[in-house]
Design a protein around this ligand. Structure first.
Ligand SMILES: O=C(O)CCC(=O)C(=O)O
Ligand SMILES: [Fe+2]
Length: 638
């Protein structure tokens, strides 16, 4: 059902003609249900039955599901690397590479630049609308081809073309993608793998209860714009943010510090660059023995849009509240020890924070939960525990019972199937909390001096990687690496998928094959997003910290006369998180004529495709909605 008063026509007009994009729809109109113009035909949707869920298992009689290989390319000369790449290219059409030399920090800078663009006001973004863009090499668009599609896709995107033979081809690009993000100098105390200041108490002696001097009276506020004690600061943060089920936790103490340093105005205003701040304040420091000490000064980052607050709810203990050492730090010792892997570390951090919420300020949180219609359905009212009592040990079960049933959507299913063994009973609940209300407390810190043009720089980083992979693939065909044919055009799509009211009914990016030679994709850390075709099912391509996803495009399938596979893939949106991805496309130069290579036909093999100029192929593809693998079929020889 369309949101009241908004017909499909009005929504399409708003999103497409008025150029607000689907992000504008979410930010400004916030439909609670999916507008019909986004409801895809059943065959285009991804349902749980169409997913390959099981990880490969071994042993007698076990079914072995395919897994997208993660290839360590630290030594490109290692023959195993070439072998694994060629094997993946010839079978699944997808693989991931790690140790490729592009650091996580660099990737995060790029993400910040990308989010920076989508966080710009519509008026600014509109200037780049495809067809009338102020730039010859950067175009902004929504869906895929909204003028031709019966149903829209839940995505906005910004396309770049790298014309490395022209000196300042990026001069007209949105500045937000070019300027340094020096504001992201805060280091998350949770992000350093060394542990640094984070000492985790392992003592199991009875928790020491302390009385926290009142920092401020509890201020629990509900959307849309909270009245609050430092309204000038909060109003600025809250303005323009739509969704009501997110929040920030800020203590007066830390705010005072910011003010003392003359910072708040500047920093809050810059949230458009894709960041919001979360300060845990001294109160959280006190209930987490050592765990978050000093956080008030350091501050954490959380990604706006993906995790940010839309309502600022400054929470502090009630004057009379007893604050106890959060029992989670004692009883979850083993979880902290799992910090060695980043994915696990993230989850652990979320677990502990969620725990703190419950253990440390039950009254505040529960009262807020109670008031919030968006959260209420998650919490069976009968399970509300007594307030003002801080249990010495809070068992997982009590947390489970408070949070209600687990998530049902594919994303969480996948996440659960990947969670470390032994957590099976826990994450479902915590994830619910995270997906529902939790800002991210685990974003990486940013390099203070990142004064580069992130998007331009990305091409400089990706191009040699693309060249190495293409060289390997060509060698394997006994063919030469023709730069012009294989990487004569270099383009990038920055795809933005906002939170979606009903991801199961729509798609983020519809099923398609890439038309180029090779795509190097940087995806986000949201599970259950990217899927590749495997038979009549979809195979999940899980985010791997720092990895680049590589996939074969149609041009390579044609050149190799079907030895390498260009495989259909799609993206699902997420109910609670926005996602950003960067697809870097290597392709032939526009006037290259592509046909099966002489080298692969040497033994008398018949060519499967007719010669086609790349620009004609592109025209065919971009003139239609996403249609799976139909583009390549259009040039198949009988
Ligand atoms: O967003 C993604 O992960 C993939 C997008 C994609 O397939 C594309 O841009 O070609
Ligand atoms: Fe793609």
């Amino acid at each position: 059902m369309a949101p009241i008063g908004l017909t499909d026509v009005a929504i399409t007009d708003f999103v497409v003609n008025q150029r607000h994009g689907v992000k504008g729809l979410v930010d400004i109109i916030s439909p609670k249900t999916l507008p019909p113009c986004y409801i895809q035909l059943p065959e285009k949707r991804v349902t749980t039955e169409k997913l390959i869920m099981e990880a490969a298992t071994t042993g007698k009689g076990a079914l072995s599901a395919p897994v997208i290989p993660v290839i360590d390319v630290s030594d490109w000369k290692n023959p195993n690397v070439a072998e694994e790449i060629c094997e993946a290219a010839a079978t699944l059409g997808f693989f991931q590479i790690v140790n490729h030399g592009v650091s996580v920090d660099e990737q995060n800078e790029l993400r910040a630049a990308g989010r920076g663009f989508f966080d710009l006001p519509t008026e600014e973004k509109k200037r780049y609308w495809e067809g009338s863009s102020v730039s010859d090499t950067a175009w902004y668009m929504t869906s895929f081809n909204p003028y031709k599609e019966a149903k829209l896709e839940w995505r906005d995107y910004l396309k770049f073309e790298y014309l490395s033979d022209q000196v300042d081809f990026a001069a007209t690009w949105p500045t937000v993608c070019r300027t340094p993000h020096q504001l992201f100098a805060w280091t998350s105390p949770l992000a350093s793998p060394s542990g640094g200041r984070r000492r985790v108490s392992t003592r199991r002696s009875p928790p020491r209860f302390v009385t926290v001097p009142s920092l401020c009276p509890l201020t629990l506020l509900s959307p849309p714009l909270p009245p609050c004690f430092i309204s000038s600061v909060y109003r600025r943060v809250a303005a323009g943010l739509g969704d009501s089920n997110r929040w920030l936790w800020v203590s007066t103490a830390s705010l005072e510090r910011w003010r003392g340093r003359g910072e708040p105005d500047l920093s809050w205003r810059r949230r458009q660059a894709g960041r919001s701040r979360v300060s845990h304040g001294v109160d959280l420091g006190q209930i987490s023995p050592g765990g978050f000490a000093g956080v008030a000064l350091r501050r954490c980052l959380c990604r706006s849009g993906q995790y940010s607050a839309s309502t600022v709810s400054p929470m502090s203990p009630l004057t009379a509240a007893l604050m106890g050492l959060s029992s989670c730090f004692a009883c979850c010792k083993e979880l902290w020890l799992l910090r060695s892997s980043s994915f696990r570390r993230k989850l652990v951090v979320v677990l502990c924070l969620s725990w703190c919420f419950v253990a440390g300020i039950p009254c505040a949180l529960l009262a807020w939960w109670d008031q919030s219609p968006a959260i209420k359905p998650l919490l069976p009212p009968a399970s509300t525990p007594p307030l003002l009592h801080i249990p010495q040990r809070l068992e997982w079960t009590s947390l489970l019972s408070m949070a209600g049933p687990g998530l049902a959507d594919p994303a969480s299913h996948v996440l659960l199937s990947m969670s470390p063994s032994g957590w099976s009973a826990v994450p479902r609940t915590i994830l619910r909390l995270r997906f529902s209300i939790g800002p991210s407390y685990f974003d990486a810190g940013f390099d203070e001096d990142c004064g580069r043009d992130e998007v331009v720089n990305h091409s400089n980083r990706m191009k040699p990687i693309g060249r190495k992979i293409l060289e390997i693939l060509m060698n394997n065909l006994n063919a030469r690496m023709e730069e012009e044919t294989l990487m004569g055009t270099l383009r990038m799509n920055v795809n933005y998928y906002p939170e979606c009211p009903d991801p199961k009914l729509t798609v983020g990016t519809g099923h398609h094959c890439d038309i180029n030679t090779l795509t190097l994709l940087l995806q986000d850390d949201i599970l259950g997003s990217l899927y590749a075709r495997y038979g009549d099912k979809w195979l999940h391509i899980p985010p791997v910290m720092g990895a680049i996803v590589v996939n074969i495009g149609d041009m390579l399938q044609i050149l190799s006369n079907d030895r390498y596979k260009s495989v259909e893939h799609l993206v699902m949106a997420s109910r609670f998180l926005s996602r950003i991805s960067f697809a870097y496309y290597c392709g032939p130069s526009y006037d290259s004529v592509i046909e099966p290579l002489r080298e692969v036909l040497e033994n008398g093999e018949k060519p499967l495709y007719k010669p086609t100029m790349y620009s004609d192929y592109m025209k065919y593809y971009f003139a239609r909605p996403h249609t799976g693998s139909k583009t390549i079929e259009s040039i198949k020889l009988p």
